[in-house]
Design a protein around this ligand. Sequence first.
Ligand SMILES: C[S@@+](CC[C@H](N)C(=O)[O-])C[C@H]1O[C@@H](n2cnc3c(N)ncnc32)[C@H](O)[C@@H]1O
Length: 422
Amino acid sequence: MNRRARGSPEESAVRAIALGTLRWYLRLLPALEELLERPAAVAPPVRALLTVAAHQVEYSRNAPEATVHAAVDASRLGGMTRASGLVNAVLRRFVGERAALFVRIDASLPARTAHPAWLVERISGAWPQQGVELLVANNAHPPMTLRVDLSRVGRKEYLALLAEASIDAYEIQWSKSAITLNHPVPVNRLPGFSEGAVSVQDAGAQLAAELLQVSPGMRVLDTCAAPGGKTGHLLELVGPDADVTAVDIDADRVALIHANLERLQRTARVCVGDAREPATFWDGRPFDRILVDAPCSSTGVIRRHPDIKLLRRSTDVPALVDTQRAILEAAVTMLAAGASQLSPRLSRPRRRCGQPRCQRWRRARSHNTSGSSFFRVLRRGPTASIMLVSKRQRPGPDVAGSPVRPQRKSRGLSLYRCYARI
Ligand SMILES: C[S@@+](CC[C@H](N)C(=O)[O-])C[C@H]1O[C@@H](n2cnc3c(N)ncnc32)[C@H](O)[C@@H]1O
């Protein structure tokens, strides 16, 4: 897609087709493979074309015959002329036989819900009652949600601006700054977007900075910051005298933080560094607040990133857990006494307490030799859960619009948990 096409209806259409195909890939592929004599011999570009076309036939309102013609044309345009006969024959059979094909294929839960078998097993094992509901929810279309910079424009005021621009939207009750659009629009249609008055950010993600309870004068660290969504929110909350440091290990992604902050017209100390190694970016002065949005399995954001179902492997999880632990342990050493740290959205299928993960977290806490408080998060399902541990300090009332209750107390630490559907 060239630059001129960005934000165009064509871009939206291409994006919707690509995301839809990725979302349903693991259901469409077995159907197509039943129609191919030697599936393994089909070149990847031809396989991709067949899957995109099958997605259009099964999930769009386009006339199936028109989709078959378009796919055959695309095979020629894409230099796959020798495969055009195969594309035509397979897709014609798919159009005619798909009802019967899917009756067979849908007997398998992984295929019906288009998830890899290992993930279905992990989710169903962790949430026996809600497993299927979760898998189905993962295939829903995510809404477009905005974060209003409340220091520049009130939420009601911005809703009025949207209405003037004929964009229907509503407030999310449990977030202070979130507005969800009834239908997604290109960002260049959003009033004040290029000036930084609003950003696109899921409502659940907006809770992180709110829960951190920053205030002017605080020294704040965002450890895994790119592309800078939460950094921007923290800066909006801390105000003009913000002392915010944003660190990420990936230099290319750090460039995205700079671009985001430029649009928001906000300033932070942005650096490339390894959050596991404070010496790579830290000047030794403790932070009052630390946000740890560590890399995770991302199985909690499949609805927005359906490619995770194809890219993530079960074997990735232990290494991610080790990285998360190392980042949290390092973060604790940078925290001022009595300060708080928040770790949102570390998603991975949960395990029961007492199993290795919990033991590791107990170990992390025992490393907190400064006596400072910290928190942790670790669960996702149809709800994202954010757990904040804060020493002798309650995280403001009703942060998520739902009661914030102490979950348990131990050694002077109170654990709070709130939930948000994201
Ligand atoms: C979930 S994303 C962060 C999203 C970001 N907080 C936001 O709200 O826009 C996780 C980030 O962690 C970064 N990361 C992974 N390992 C890291 C490490 N050891 N130190 C610092 N950043 C790391 C990745 O490059 C990635 O940008």
